[in-house]
Ligand binder design. Structure first.
Ligand SMILES: Nc1ncnc2c1ncn2[C@@H]1O[C@H](COP(=O)(O)OP(=O)(O)OP(=O)(O)O)[C@@H](O)[C@H]1O
Length: 196
């Protein structure tokens, strides 16, 4: 689904990765590993196409992609329903029922019409994560999807990831938390590539 070839990135005079090559296939979950500042977000932005300059090497994606960054992209003045509808508008046409169903799946039943500035940090994240339940994109590229999510929410996300790859998708993610996904998780080391 994705081929990264000879990726090299230097930031602030530091070589974050050099000559990094790997492939991501259907039915794979790949976790990008590294300490704070190692370059995980930088790599995710390159893989997703958000960073298009300033690095060497190439990335080719062979499947439609959904990218979720680690910052919540929720507009404070809009409600969760409006935010989610706005986010997915470019992907497909969804009914209000489908939007509300996705919000319910991330625990936001009853919050559909609350202005988003009145939501907690975790609820903000959940508005973003609801996009996963509507996604038809096989390749998910997710930066710190568990940030601010409670234990039960993390378990539900892990079950969702397992279902997604079982259905032929792929997930690339960063996380500082250990994963308990009912599916093999490959580690991507920024200096070594994917370990199997
Ligand atoms: N726009 C930028 N200009 C200069 N340096 C940057 C820029 N963005 C990131 N960096 C530097 O690149 C390095 C890697 O940052 P990055 O956000 O990719 O790390 P990370 O592995 O995701 O870290 P964390 O686990 O803390 O989220 C850091 O040292 C950071 O200071």
């Amino acid at each position: 689904m994705l081929v990264a070839d000879a990726l090299s990135l230097e930031r602030g005079g530091r070589q974050l990765f050099d000559g990094l090559s790997f492939r991501i296939h259907a039915r794979q979950i790949v976790r990008i590993e590294g300490e704070n500042g190692a370059g995980k977000t930088s790599l995710i932005r390159i893989l997703s196409g958000l960073s298009r300059y300033g690095f060497r090497g190439t990335v080719s994606r062979h499947a439609p992609m959904l990218y979720l960054g680690h910052h919540s992209a929720v507009k404070a003045l809009l409600t969760p329903r409006e935010n989610l509808a706005w986010h997915v508008a470019g992907e497909s046409r969804y009914s209000e029922e489908q939007i509300d169903d996705a919000l319910a799946r991330v625990g936001l039943f009853g919050y559909e019409d609350v202005p988003s500035h009145a939501l907690s940090a975790g609820q903000h994240r959940r508005v973003n994560l609801a996009r996963l339940y509507l996604s038809t994109s096989p390749l998910w590229i997710l930066d710190e999807p568990y940030t601010a999510i409670d234990v039960q929410g993390v378990r539900e996300l892990e079950a969702l990831f397992a279902r997604h790859v079982a259905a032929g998708g792929a997930v690339v993610l960063t996380s500082h938390q250990s994963l308990a996904i009912d599916h093999p998780v490959h580690s991507l080391d920024l200096s070594l590539g994917i370990r199997t």
